[in-house]
Design a protein. Structure first.
Length: 65
C-alpha cells in the first residue's frame, strides 16, 4: 500500500477537515435569511399557560371555600 499521508512528522490532522469544509461550502447554496418564526407555537404556549393559571386558581378557590 502507498503512504498517502506524507511523512510521519508532517501530517496535519486539521488539514483534511479544512478541505472537507471547503468542499461542503462550495456545493451548498447560501440561504439569504432564515425564515421568520411562525406565531402558532407561541400562541399555543400562551394559551397553555393561561389554562394552567385558571386551573390552579380554580383549585385554590375550591380548597379555600
Amino acid at each position: 500500500m502507498a503512504n498517502t499521508q506524507g511523512p510521519q512528522g508532517n501530517h496535519d490532522p486539521a488539514g483534511s477537515t479544512q478541505m472537507f469544509r471547503a468542499f461542503v461550502d462550495e456545493g451548498a447554496p447560501r440561504a439569504a435569511a432564515p425564515a421568520p418564526a411562525s406565531a402558532g407555537p407561541r400562541i399555543g404556549l400562551i394559551v397553555g399557560v393561561v389554562a394552567v393559571l385558571v386551573i390552579v386558581a380554580a383549585v385554590a378557590w375550591l380548597a379555600l371555600k
